[in-house]
Design a binder for this molecule. Structure first.
Ligand code: ASP
Length: 347
């Protein structure tokens, strides 16, 4: 497209609070259709954009999101990639960070904005944050540099005052309008009177521009083990022995430490010897795994646990699903887990 033409943006409506309405019988919020949402944002007409939309056949609460839904979103983006300048995905907040992380891996060589947003209050409510989030997301999806290049070339989450990298984001509040945060990465943009991009933080691929390549297969034979003092051997062994399991995200203490009882280290080691990939991430909100700082972390590294560095738990589990879905060997998965594919970790 020429730089002077109207930006063409595709909105993909999956559901979430932003488009919900109260059921008069139960008083609970339920997903509603896209026209209800559009009717509540007359200001959309003030944007000098061409806006098209696609909605899930049945809009959902994002707690019901699955990798099949991620595939549906990715398919819509792939099918429309050449015809639009950017994409805005309307999504519930509960699993937004998982979807953002998953899409960042699934959409290889993405060079256009995919901005995910939603709201804490439904769009029909007087104090809704949905209208502002939607309009700002559209403006970010349309943003271009002076040379005509897209400012954002990655999957990002826009919420209230900030734009965050999708695979660095976490939902941090069930109440606050600023519901998302990247604990280990700066904001991509700050939203105030204007939109101020943090140019140094934006994703730019180091290689040549390659065509979009979408990976649809996510292997869900993965699980989290969240450690706590007193965790029992029979519980850990049962989880490690889950039939069919291929990847485990181990949520450890501090800089990547776990109990140093021999049963624990032995159980982890035996699991890894069976070909299961075990990834170490920290339970702390901020900071990274440093496997060699304490002997308790070193024991895990010696047992074959791979460091997830400063991955969020959402990025760690979706990256495992993605790499396992690519049909890689456990050794290859381990190698890629330590390597940043699209800005998801600092290492
Ligand atoms: N339960 C809702 C959802 O994730 C919450 C929200 O959208 O804020 O779909």
């Amino acid at each position: 497209m020429s730089i002077a033409s109207r930006p063409k943006i595709l909105m993909i409506y999956t559901g979430g609070t932003i488009g919900m309405k109260e059921n008069p019988e139960t008083n609970a919020l339920e997903p509603f259709d896209f026209n209800h949402l559009l009717d509540n944002v007359p200001k959309l007409k003030m944007l000098d954009f061409d806006i098209a939309h696609h909605q899930f056949e049945h809009p959902i609460d994002s707690s019901a999101m699955t990798p099949e839904h991620w595939g549906q979103i990715a398919r819509v983006i792939e099918d429309n990639y050449d015809c639009f300048d950017g994409f805005v995905v309307l999504h519930g907040t509960d699993t937004m960070a998982y979807t953002a992380s998953a899409l960042s891996f699934m959409l290889e060589n993405l060079a256009k904005p995919v901005i995910i947003t939603g709201s804490q209050l439904p769009i029909g409510e007087v104090r809704t944050d949905g209208e502002e989030n939607l309009i700002t997301a559209l403006q970010i999806a349309a943003a271009r540099d002076l040379n005509g290049e897209h400012v954002i070339k990655e999957v990002a989450i826009l919420f209230e005052n900030y734009l965050w990298r999708g695979n660095r984001s976490t939902k941090r509040s069930a109440d606050n309008f600023n519901a998302f945060k990247s604990n280990n990465y700066p904001e991509l943009a700050r939203i105030g009177l204007g939109i101020t991009f943090n140019r140094d933080a934006l994703w730019r691929s180091k290689g040549p521009d390659l065509p979009l390549r979408v990976h649809y297969k996510m292997d869900t034979n993965v699980l989290y083990i969240d450690l706590f003092p007193g965790i029992q051997e029979n519980v850990v062994r049962r989880m490690l022995a889950t039939p069919g399991i291929k990847g485990i995200v181990l949520k450890t203490f501090g800089a990547g430490n776990g109990p140093n009882n021999p049963w624990f280290i032995d159980a982890i080691k035996e699991t890894i010897e069976r070909g299961v990939v075990v990834v170490n991430i920290t339970q702390c909100n901020n900071g990274s795994v440093h496997p060699f700082r304490y002997v308790t972390g070193l024991d895990l590294a010696r047992a074959g646990v791979v460091s997830g560095h400063d991955l969020t738990s959402e990025a760690a589990i979706t990256k495992l699903m993605f790499l396992l879905g690519c049909g890689l060997t456990p050794e290859e998965v381990k190698n890629y887990m330590e390597y940043s594919l699209c800005g998801e970790m600092s290492c």
